[in-house]
Design a protein around this ligand. Structure first.
Ligand code: BGC
Length: 722
């Protein structure tokens, strides 16, 4: 390859593609968003859709939903299916999955990620990657690293301890690289230790290549590069999106002027830098090309197949979380609100999210879905089987937009009535109905669940809190269904007997929701994050603007390793937890409230009993494991998630009360019992020692809890690590 051929393949030639080497018959690379469907074709130089008529995709559930399945089989199915869609659309690099940790519920992009826990996200990301890459399509795991907020994402500088970095924020990326074998990774927009993530020496050279042995390509986030020298030296391989327009905005904005294009070439030509870094980058890019566009074994893929629709519905059905389901009414025995039984003759559906198309919007993950079954449509189809009547009223007006980069939903959601008129209509209709389903939450508009901006408030927007309150007074048979990728305040929780967390579930949204509401599918999703009562109850919001969203673009992770349930578990402790780490003083104030719903929580229409925790030793391998029995004690088939947490009794270092280390999903028929065992491994009992820069086995006595939520560790056993 000539020098200019080498320079050409390490940066973009269009919005989403990079060239190959035409003279040598080496094809280029086409990237696509990601992470929950294949983005519509865009124009060569612009974000706007190209207007093709053959590029509509299957929209899969967002990644919070996938994480909420706690089922690695769902993750593999997801990866395989979306990989097939990418392949059919001739894309070699899928820009996803995202595994940034859920640090604050205000982060507009949490819906693209896999929750607050490093073990859950690290476990769930691996099969997704394998599934995609089986197709000869690369995943591009994003956004490496510490892109935990959208506010100021292009400028903020994150400071944190090495311990928080290694224990909380890196494990999912490490698993993606080492176990998943991801062929590429995307640098984040933000800075860390004062240097931009896309050319951050410590992240990309020391950790990613040095410690983890990554042999794939590092791709910049679109427009994430800002310095040629750093981009040369600090491990970036492929530069994308530096300018939004390559042709019409003049010479200085064209692809030749990318940081890794002419400016790099000049430096080589005038002897300022050598070609060693260039050859490294070229090797990494060629390896990516060999693995994808030049892979002779790959097939042709498929788009919007029945199998993909089935996969989307199944994943959504396993990810929807039944948070609450109390019994109501005077009938004995009292019946829970859900599932909706055939004796419910009139079903009232209230709320904008029952009808709003959600696959358009939200930023780069926006899709042109071939179809999207709305909740109302799904409920109508299913209720028809019971000959039940479904009525719909709007209840509130939220976001009436429906366009993203030229893709439109075609919906006209305008409604000029006042909130008082809408509420009155809803309350009157609720009084007449046998059961009321409120379907609301967030949406994909700016400042909701959407890229580029964070949320402005923890409460649900558009007066939904008041409306839910009014509905709960009008009819006791009320189920609230929330579509969102984030937690939210629930001032109405006591008044609401049934609550369903239903995420954003793509094309099969309405079918999957109806499956759960009518009991055709028994809910088995569990929360991938903690839901606290108020924003102030989240650790990142304990320290004022310095910890979030930052002061003068500096964000300090003052809660350190106490993220999510690691923080919630400090409830009840009288004094702040004070310690020094990386030369900094930490003072973690315990939360004033318990979670409304704990990490890992999720109900079912059947009941399970976990018992008989015990140790086992394999005669064959000699390995130790801990086992439990689980029984389905109810009267319908169901799935349950067994979660194993380790809790050090005492430690010489500050440690979370307990940490998730393994989990597994079990399916049981009524009355069926099963034994489940988890192998005990040393790395379950380690913490990261920043001074030694290594994982250290923390010897001593532990409680090992196995349960069905972080707040409900049903059984425990003592274990000593010698
Ligand atoms: C987003 C990435 C995305 C890229 C390309 C960026 O703004 O942060 O997640 O893959 O655009 O659309």
């Amino acid at each position: 390859m000539t020098l200019s051929e080498k320079i050409a393949i390490i940066h973009a030639q269009s919005k989403f593609s990079s060239p190959g080497v035409a003279r040598l018959g080496i094809p280029g690379l086409w990237c696509t968003d990601g992470p929950h469907g294949i983005r519509a074709e865009v124009k060569w130089d612009e974000w706007d859709q190209a207007g093709w008529t053959n590029d509509s995709c299957m929209a899969f559930p967002t990644l919070t939903c996938l994480a909420a399945t706690w089922n690695t089989e769902m993750s593999l199915l997801y990866g395989r299916s979306i990989g097939e869609e990418a392949l059919y659309r001739n894309k070699q690099v899928l820009l996803g999955p995202g595994v940034n940790i859920y640090r604050t519920p205000l982060n507009g992009r949490n819906f693209e990620y896999m929750g607050e826990d490093p073990c859950l996200s690290a476990t769930m990301v691996v099969p997704y990657i394998r599934g995609v890459q089986q197709n000869g399509v690369a995943t591009c795991v994003k956004h490496f690293a510490l892109n935990n907020q959208e506010d100021g994402r292009h400028v903020v500088n994150v400071t944190l301890t090495d311990r928080a970095l290694y224990e909380i924020y890196l494990p999912a990326f490490k698993a993606a690289v080492q176990q998943g074998g991801s062929w590429s990774i995307m640098g984040a927009y933000n800075r860390i230790w004062g240097q931009y993530a896309c050319h951050n020496h410590r992240l990309l050279v020391d950790i990613l290549r040095g410690e983890w042995g990554f042999d794939g390509a590092v791709i910049s986030d679109w427009g994430g590069v800002s310095n040629t020298d750093e981009a040369i030296r600090n491990g970036l391989d492929l530069e994308f999106g530096s300018w939004t327009d390559g042709l019409t905005e003049g010479r200085s904005n064209s692809y030749d002027y990318y940081y890794l294009a002419n400016p790099y070439l000049k430096k080589i030509q005038n002897g300022e830098v050598g070609t060693q870094e260039l050859d490294d980058k070229v090797r990494n890019v060629l390896r990516l090309i060999f693995r994808t566009s030049m892979n002779p074994n790959k097939g042709f893929g498929s788009l919007c197949s029945d199998a993909h629709a089935k996969a989307a519905r199944e994943i959504a059905g396993e990810g929807i979380v039944l948070l609450k389901n109390d019994a109501v009414g005077k009938k004995k025995p009292a019946q829970p609100v859900l599932p909706i039984t055939a004796d419910k003759r009139t079903i009232l559906v209230v709320g904008e999210n029952a009808i709003k198309q959600m696959t358009v919007g939200g930023g780069s993950s926006s899709l042109k879905a071939k179809y999207e079954i709305s909740p109302l449509q799904g409920i109508r189809e299913r209720a028809a089987l019971n000959n039940a009547e479904v009525r719909y009223v709007r209840g509130y007006v939220g976001d009436i937009g429906g366009e993203y980069n030229g893709v439109t939903t075609g919906q006209d959601l305008r409604d000029n009535r006042t909130p008082a008129q809408l509420t009155e209509e809803a309350v009157n209709a609720a009084k007449e109905a046998d059961v009321v389903l409120f379907i609301g939450g967030l949406n994909k508009a700016d400042h909701q669940d959407s890229e580029s901006y964070d949320r402005l408030q923890y409460n649900l927007p558009y007066g939904q809190d008041e409306l839910i309150g009014a509905l709960s007074k009008a009819n006791k048979n009320l189920a609230v269904v929330i579509l969102s990728g984030n937690a939210y305040a629930m001032p109405w929780l006591k008044e609401v007997p049934a609550l369903v967390q239903a995420w954003f579930n793509g094309s099969e949204t309405g079918h999957a929701l109806a499956d759960i509401l009518f009991g055709d599918v028994n809910p088995s999703g569990h929360l991938p994050f903690t839901i606290m009562p108020a924003l102030e109850d989240y650790p990142a919001h304990q320290y004022g603007a310095e910890a979030y969203p930052g002061v003068n673009n500096e964000v300090e992770y003052k809660e350190d390793i106490f993220v999510g349930y690691r923080y919630a578990d400090l409830y009840g402790q009288k004094k702040p937890l004070r310690y020094t780490a990386d030369g900094r003083e930490f003072s973690i104030n315990p939360p004033k409230h318990k979670p409304l719903f704990a990490f890992g929580h999720g109900l079912s229409y059947t009941t399970f009993e976990v018992s008989n925790i015990r140790f086992q030793k394999s005669f064959i391998t000699g390995k130790n494991s801990v086992a439990v029995s689980i029984a389905n004690t109810g009267n319908r088939q169901g799935k349950e998630v067994l979660q194993l947490y380790v809790a050090p009794r005492k430690s010489g270092v500050v440690r979370p009360k307990k940490e998730l280390k393994q989990f597994c999903k079990v399916e049981l028929e009524p009355g069926q019992k099963a034994g489940v065992s988890f192998e005990l491994k040393d790395d379950m009992f380690c913490y990261f020692d920043a001074e030694k820069h290594e994982w250290v086995l923390d010897k001593g006595t532990y409680d090992i809890y196995i349960g069905t939520s972080s707040a409900n560790p049903e059984t425990k056993i003592e274990y000593t690590v010698k």
